[in-house]
Design a protein around this ligand. Structure first.
Ligand code: HEC
Length: 418
């Protein structure tokens, strides 16, 4: 990429206000297009299914420049919340401070176009990855039209069809209606808990049952449930590290949780989303989507967020036992809407620290999993520390729960044997 030369000349003439002359070779074709291509166009192109406007041409970028600048400055677009000073992640969409500066400067300068003949070569837009093979597909039993507005959280149970143990080695979630599906988290329910979930489903009128922040169910069943994956706009398929997978027993269920968002004043269309899975019948190395949290919090103790407070922080530390050895591949953080920031670090015996994920501006609507460039291999002596921070402007104390007004603090990580 060309380094932009930005020269500012100030000429102050006597008796006249200072005149500002800007000369720069900063332009769309040389500087801005490559950044938009890499970090934005994967979601923002002419055939976007996500309802995101096209940002793949000069004309479009120019039209949207003021909004682009404000979103980039606020750090809300691209929707990449993990701080890249903390660790390095695969397929990052993040813009560096310098890159952000270029986009802002370009907008301020009135969106100079530059010479298309001398355009910097574009990198391929970072598009969501896909699966190389689909062995099983589970679809919501019937189409569902969200009734709550603006938000409706619904879990749909899907029977697990395999008749013997199999290993899931990859997943991809396909929303049936990109207009209303805001995000999806399918949970794996063990066979012994399946009836409890069927009862939840039966007790709630209509298709599926209401659930928020989890698949529902009591604390013990909640601890047993595993994440089968997650989807948020722009998220694609995940393939687990070679030779590892999630073991699933026959008789399991999938509780497919969908967060619907209905733009106020609009009439929602029905949705029938699905999940595609890559499956192995031969045993794979142990893999697990591990939630990290303090069991005390889940039991309703010690995660109080008092009313009318800002920056309330709670921390959970887990010291690895002598037999604990695993590799951590991906990281995600989960809070509800009061969540402001969160991080997960490893404290080593010698006092040093490895940052795993740091989300300085958490947004409930843009939760995703971040894949470490280099997996972290945890060893005995390490302490894993999870910290969540909330703002509570309301007049009620908030603590752990699966209601809209409750909170959670979870780290989620894909683990395998080292
Ligand atoms: C992972 C997908 C994704 C990526 C990558 C992405 N966006 Fe977006 N963007 C969206 C979606 C979806 C919307 C629609 C609004 C929403 O759901 O928040 C949106 C909305 C916007 C808006 C409109 C906000 C408004 O107030 O109407 C702007 C401007 C924008 N994006 C700019 C960018 C820029 C610039 C980049 C790259 C630096 C980028 N986006 C990268 C998905 C993405």
């Amino acid at each position: 990429m060309n380094t932009a030369l930005l020269l500012l000349f100030f000429t102050a003439c006597e008796g006249e206000p200072p005149e500002q002359v800007l000369t720069t070779d900063l332009s769309y074709y040389q500087d801005v297009a490559p950044l938009l291509s890499r970090s934005c166009v994967g979601c923002h192109d002419a055939n976007s299914t996500l309802g995101a406007m096209d940002l793949s041409s000069y004309e479009q970028a120019q039209t949207w420049a003021p909004v682009i600048a404000s979103e980039v400055e606020a750090g809300t677009m691209p929707p990449w919340r993990a701080d890249t000073d903390c660790n390095s992640y695969k397929d990052t969409l993040a813009l560096s401070e310098e890159e952000k500066g270029l986009i802002l400067e370009w907008a301020t300068l009135g969106t100079p176009e530059g010479d298309p003949q001398a355009a910097t070569e574009l990198t391929e837009p970072r598009r969501p990855p896909t699966l190389d093979r689909v062995d099983m597909e589970l679809t919501m039993p019937v189409a569902f039209t969200p009734a709550g507005s603006p938000d409706d959280y619904r879990c749909f149970l899907m029977e697990w069809p395999a008749e013997q143990d199999v290993w899931v080695t990859g997943f991809e979630i396909t929303p049936g209606n990109y207009e209303t599906v805001h995000h999806v988290i399918p949970y794996l329910i063990d066979p012994e808990d399946a009836d409890g979930y069927r009862a939840l489903d039966a007790a709630d009128e209509g298709e599926g049952y209401r659930c928020y922040g989890g698949p529902g169910g009591d604390v013990t069943t909640l601890i047993n449930t595993r994440w089968l994956g997650s989807w948020a706009p722009g998220g694609g398929a995940s393939t687990f590290p070679q030779g590892t997978g999630l073991q699933v027993a026959p008789g399991s269920l999938v509780a497919f949780q969908v967060h619907y968002y209905v733009e106020p004043g609009t009439t929602p269309e029905p949705d029938q989303s699905s999940i595609q899975l890559k499956i192995e019948e031969q045993a794979q190395g142990w893999g697990d989507v591990q939630p990290w949290t303090d069991v005390q919090w889940v039991l309703g103790l010690g995660m109080e967020i008092p009313p009318e407070t800002q920056g309330v922080t709670h921390t959970f530390s887990y010291a690895l036992g002598q037999s604990d050895r695993f590799a951590m591949h991906s990281l995600a953080l989960h809070m509800h809407t009061l969540g402001r920031s969160g991080r997960m670090v490893v404290k080593h015996e010698d006092g040093s620290e490895t940052c795993l994920i740091d989300v300085p501006a958490y947004d409930f609507n843009w939760q995703r999993s971040y894949l470490l460039e280099t997996p972290y291999v945890a060893v005995p002596g390490d302490t894993i520390e999870l910290t969540c921070t909330w703002d509570n402007p309301g007049s009620e104390q908030v603590s752990w729960g699966d209601g809209t007004g409750d909170e959670m603090c979870l780290g989620i990580s894909y683990l395998s044997a080292p």
